[in-house]
Design a binder for this molecule. Structure first.
Ligand code: SF4
Length: 122
């Protein structure tokens, strides 16, 4: 998988053996839009207010998914270690859908390769 403007490619088959490095590890922000909040709450069959209180934290003017501390790792609240995957995959936020083609990584390829075994770069 490639994307215009990025010098690396991504092989999604690496996800099967990775253990969710992009959904766990250092604490970070997983921003969700109002539309995404509604879609995730619907998928979980939760009242949107309850979903917001349970799974979101406010960061400035934006909302981010909460994390769970597991053995020193900050896991996204929706990363399922037993399944090695995202438990809201169909409704995962755009930020997750566009990984690893983020502006942040465009010129930080070594950092990205250290995190993601699916990166192909000469
Ligand atoms: S929403 Fe899903 S894909 Fe996104 S960080 Fe959480 S577990 Fe990973």
């Amino acid at each position: 998988m490639t994307q215009e403007g990025f010098s690396y490619a991504f092989d999604p088959s690496a996800c099967a053996s990775c253990g969710g490095n992009c959904c766990t590890g250092e604490s970070g922000s997983i921003f969700v839009s109002v539309t995404e909040i509604a879609a995730i709450a619907k998928l979980l069959e939760m009242d949107e207010g309850e979903f917001r209180r349970t799974f979101l934290r406010k960061e400035g003017f934006r909302f981010s998914l909460k994390e769970r501390l597991v053995n020193g790792s900050y896991d996204c609240a929706f990363f399922d270690r037993s399944q090695n995957g995202c438990s809201i995959y169909e409704a995962r936020p755009l930020q997750c859908r566009t990984f690893p083609f983020w502006d942040y990584f465009r010129h930080r390829i070594d950092e990205l390769k250290a995190e993601c075994p699916g990166i192909i770069h000469d």
